[in-house]
Design a protein around this ligand. Structure first.
Ligand code: LAC
Ligand code: ZN
Length: 455
């Protein structure tokens, strides 16, 4: 393909290789330099780009902030990257309907702040909250740090406007508390990783902003004890917003990169970051006491309870830096396995066993309360060939065990191209075949984000 003649003003079509380089990568992989990056400012420009791409059979890769972890926004062959970063307006916060209507390029943290200013909560907190964008959150069905109580992104998406690969615009759902009208295309697009349509507008559900929050950090001598404690807390009918496993190795990575952080239990095998929220201070305090007792019955030491905003923020900041700190420590391959919550102790053992089987050191941390852990297998001193083999053994081992536990490949990062080859471990051929027919119905020419999700 020659220099693409995209239907946008030339200052919003980049073709300078130096400026294109960041658009060949996400946070976990580097693909091919795009032919161009296009920056539409509204839905009609997205539609024009897609009509152009259809007519010329040029693949298009939709992209938000590039904070994805599965290579879903990365071109693998000649393609135009469609950056939604200039479509970044919060169109409305509607307190009567308790909704927010936003463009895809808004930073998720900005939506939370805008909602909070109106006494409302946009609940999902991806660890990348401060730099990820909502379009990418919807496209990957991002999870994050409070899914235990509030669920993942898709549970907060009421409606969408999206441009099909062929250039037509569709509207799905609406600012509605209920909707049983025909198929739920909103939820099909959530987590479709930019392979079905380009999301250009999002209607989000908002909740009342909790008045009270208690954050605690409980130290444990074993990850197994922590995992069992998490299962017991939830079966005790108290649902914390957050229950995060922070193993010592992860904490060490963060403190090595950020020696300025203070952390109460740097030498403990693991700690559990737990947060309770609600409207009633007495009730939240009672729950915190009950939860602390359960944790201690499972062998936890005295938890540190952070109630001041500064102290709470410190614990959260450290947690949010885990992924970045690990990723900058050494080369790795990452898994995002999820199992039914009660199988959390088995998932911890499966991650250990996968490391042993592959001969790789690993760190496993994350969303214990969701049964969703991130395992980083280190490359160590392996050469390219040995590393390719060992990382495949590690992922195959872990994913096979995960599926046997009733779990699946990704809880929140998606498959992109990094995990797509493992899909047959999780889904039957009939299911994958149906998904491919859906893909073909949306994208008959196969130009929208090809080479993703499916092997
Ligand atoms: C986290 C990101 C990587 O939980 O999902 O840290
Ligand atoms: Zn995560």
């Amino acid at each position: 393909v020659a220099r693409p003649d995209l239907p946008l003003p030339s200052d919003r079509v980049w073709t300078d290789p130096e400026k294109l380089a960041p658009y060949a990568r996400d946070e976990a992989s580097t693909g091919k330099l795009p032919l161009a990056v296009a920056f539409p400012v509204d839905a009609s420009e997205v539609a024009a780009v897609m009509r152009w791409a259809s007519a010329h059979r040029v693949p298009v890769i939709p992209r938000g902030a590039g904070s994805g972890l599965s290579g879903a926004a990365v071109p693998l062959a000649d393609a135009v990257v469609l950056s939604l970063e200039k479509m970044n307006r919060i169109l409305s916060i509607d307190p009567e309907n308790m909704t927010a209507t936003v463009e895809p390029g808004v930073i998720t943290g900005d939506i939370r702040r805008a909602a909070a200013a109106a006494g409302l909560l946009y609940a999902p907190i991806p660890a990348s909250l401060d730099f990820c964008t909502i379009g990418g959150n919807v496209a990957t069905n991002a999870g994050g740090l409070c899914a235990v109580k509030y669920g993942v992104t898709r549970e907060h998406v009421l409606g969408l406007e999206a441009v099909l690969p062929t250039g037509e615009t569709i509207v799905t759902g609406g600012a509605l508390a209920k909707n049983s009208t025909a198929y739920n295309l909103t939820q099909l697009l959530c987590g479709s990783e930019g392979t079905l349509a380009v999301i250009v507008k999002i209607i989000l559900k908002l909740l009342p902003l909790p008045a009270e929050t208690v954050t605690m950090l409980a130290p444990f001598d074993s990850v197994d004890a922590l995992a069992k404690a998490v299962v017991t807390v939830v079966s005790g009918k108290v649902i914390p917003a957050t229950m995060e496993l922070l193993p010592r190795a992860a904490v060490r990575c963060v403190l090595a990169k950020h020696p300025e952080y203070s952390y109460p239990f740097p030498e403990k095998v693991a700690s559990l970051l737990l947060e309770l929220d609600g409207m009633d201070a007495n009730l939240v305090a009672e729950q915190a006491t009950a939860v602390a007792a359960i944790l201690q019955a499972h062998g936890a030491g005295e938890p540190v309870v952070a109630t001041t905003p500064a102290r709470r923020a410190e614990l959260w900041t450290l947690r949010k830096q885990v992924r970045d700190s690990i990723a900058h420590t050494a080369p790795y391959v990452e898994a995002d396995a999820v199992v039914p919550r009660a199988k959390l102790p088995d998932l911890v053992r499966a991650a250990d066993a996968a490391g042993v089987a592959a001969g790789l050191e690993q760190i496993t941390y994350g969303h214990a309360g969701d049964g969703n852990l991130h395992t980083y297998f280190w490359r160590g001193t392996h050469d390219d060939v040995a590393w390719a083999r060992a990382s495949e053994i590690a992922l195959t081992h872990l994913f096979t065990a995960t599926v046997a536990l009733g779990g699946t490949l990704s809880g929140e990062h998606g498959l992109g191209h990094l995990k797509r080859d493992y899909l047959p471990l999780a889904l039957a051929p009939e299911t994958i075949a149906l998904m491919k027919r859906l893909k073909a119905a949306f994208d008959p020419a196969g130009i929208l984000n090809p080479h993703k999700v499916f092997p």
